[in-house]
Design a protein around this ligand. Structure first.
Ligand code: 5GP
Ligand code: ZN
Length: 141
């Protein structure tokens, strides 16, 4: 039996409260509920992170996220909604099976992400962009 908690949820081996399911994705309530209505949109197939997604999986997961986000908005009428998605431990990932957080937001709800801007000169941006453009064909891991 797998020790991946989200694979076990997908397989029905442990319970989850599901809000949406399709061929590639399963969306269910995050057990932690940062705010009421906090949903995880997970891939059904085990993929550790964004870097492992095939095109069809990437498309499906964001399609499902948009659909569920509209449902959250209609049901909870939050003032906003944050999409949060972590890849790797330094990014805050704790479950190493790809998922997107949809978190309804309200003024002063206490959810914070520090955002230490560097504002580098444009030449730096050009350099960073060129490096990325040169590698856009990189295959999924
Ligand atoms: P990450 O830190 O990897 O972005 O988020 C993992 C999320 O999975 C956490 O917000 C945590 O509350 C949630 N989580 C962990 N284990 C379970 C579980 O067994 N069931 C559900 N529904 N959520 C879980
Ligand atoms: Zn898994």
């Amino acid at each position: 039996m797998t020790d991946c908690v989200f694979c076990r949820i997908v397989a029905g081996q442990i319970p989850a409260t599901v809000v949406h399911e399709d061929e590639h994705t399963l969306a269910f309530m995050d057990i932690g509920q940062v705010n009421p209505g906090h949903v995880l949109v997970a891939l059904k197939a085990h993929a550790e992170s964004l870097f492992a997604l095939e095109e069809a999986q990437a498309a499906a997961v964001f399609r499902a996220a948009a659909r569920v986000a509209r449902g959250i908005r209609a049901a909870f009428e939050p003032q906003g909604l944050s999409v949060y998605q972590a890849n790797g431990k330094p990014a805050g990932q704790t479950v190493f099976h790809f998922h997107i957080h949809l978190v309804p937001r309200h003024d002063g709800d206490g959810m914070n992400l520090t955002w230490p801007v560097k504002n580098p000169p444009r030449e730096k941006l050009e350099d960073y962009a060129a490096r990325i453009r040169a590698r856009l064909g990189a295959a999924p891991l």
